[in-house]
Design a protein around this ligand. Structure first.
Ligand SMILES: Nc1ncnc2c1ncn2[C@@H]1O[C@H](COP(=O)(O)OP(=O)(O)O)[C@@H](O)[C@H]1O
Ligand SMILES: CC(=O)N[C@@H](CCC(=O)OP(=O)(O)O)C(=O)O
Length: 278
């Protein structure tokens, strides 16, 4: 299927924090230009986990994650504002601008772009058996699609950091894969592209040659249960499956190297991992 078959539809691109350093986004920019030339609308959601870890340590604290989700007390929430909505957001806009992409950096709290409520304690895959209270971590309850439509119609690419909130002024830290999935579902996106520092889901997390081109929900669940998929890849895969169930047509995990994102979007499974219903 050519890209122009998706004319008028949305592609949502999620960029992990490790990609936001200088020199890593040429392949992503190339893909965004190709998508937009084909009439596809593009929204970005970005993380900033590595930036947050570094700042946390500089403050003399130790980052704590359970099943790929950060335990977020008041001090960590401040770190997230500085690292995610600050450094990561600015670096992303600056890097993509250098490749001619007109990015508008926004936080999920901007104009109720991503509305959230506090996540109640729950059992987390990859965590302890009892329910975990992650602190200032939220669940998405709404997306301001009209703002995204307005920006896209004016020729801009919105880039959302995954700090979300509510009308009372609370701010919640939400995993960026989760926010990207909910934004893509609300936009009825044709594609959700989860771009990471690895080329896809790997049978051996240390060996890029072991990429799995296509995964069903049952195969994915088995890889999590068997401990093949661990850490930050767990929420990514769980969100990919949830996104399919929520009506996103295709969800991909892929790398950011030259040509990788464009190849995966044009030919699913050719350079990343595509999640398919059966
Ligand atoms: N089976 C697997 N295949 C690929 N990566 C895996 C796998 N299991 C664990 N991982 C880890 O998950 C990481 C991706 O998650 P994360 O760092 O949270 O990404 P991002 O910052 O892009 O959201 C990889 O860098 C890798 O270390
Ligand atoms: C609750 C939770 O885990 N939030 C994430 C948000 C940032 C993120 O997801 O960043 P990456 O995409 O770079 O991993 C975190 O604190 O790390």
């Amino acid at each position: 299927m050519t890209l122009s078959a998706h004319r008028g539809r949305w592609f949502v691109i999620k960029l992990g924090g490790e990609l936001l350093a200088p020199g890593k986004l040429a392949g992503v920019a190339e893909a965004i230009h190709a998508f937009r030339e084909a009439g596809v609308r593009v929204a970005i959601v970005h993380g900033g986990g590595p930036q947050a870890n570094e700042l946390t340590r500089r403050l003399g604290l130790e980052p704590k994650q359970i099943g790929g989700r950060r335990v977020t007390d008041e001090a960590v929430l401040r770190v997230m504002k500085q690292a995610l909505a600050g450094e990561a957001s600015v670096d992303l806009a600056a890097q993509l601008r250098s490749h001619g992409v007109n990015v508008v950096g926004l936080a999920g709290v901007s104009a109720g772009l991503v509305d959230a409520v506090k996540r109640p304690p729950r059992v987390i895959t990859g965590g302890p058996p009892e329910p975990v209270d992650l602190g200032w971590v939220g669940d998405v309850v709404g997306v301001n699609c009209a703002l995204l439509e307005t920006l896209a119609a004016a020729g801009y690419v919105p880039a959302i950091s995954s700090l979300s909130g509510d009308a009372k002024g609370n701010v919640y830290n939400i995993n960026a894969d989760t926010v990207a999935t909910r934004v893509a579902a609300e936009l009825r996106a044709a594609k959700l592209l989860l771009v990471a520092g690895v080329p896809g889901v790997l049978r051996d997390a240390k060996d890029p040659a072991t990429r799995l081109p296509r995964l069903t929900p049952a195969e994915s669940d088995r890889l999590i249960a068997d401990g093949v998929i661990t850490g930050g890849m767990i929420p990514k895969v769980q969100e990919a499956l949830g996104g399919l169930a929520a009506g996103i047509e295709a969800v991909h995990v892929c790398g950011a190297g030259p040509g990788q994102l464009l190849a995966e979007a044009a030919e699913p499974g050719s350079s990343g991992t595509v999640f398919a219903a059966a």
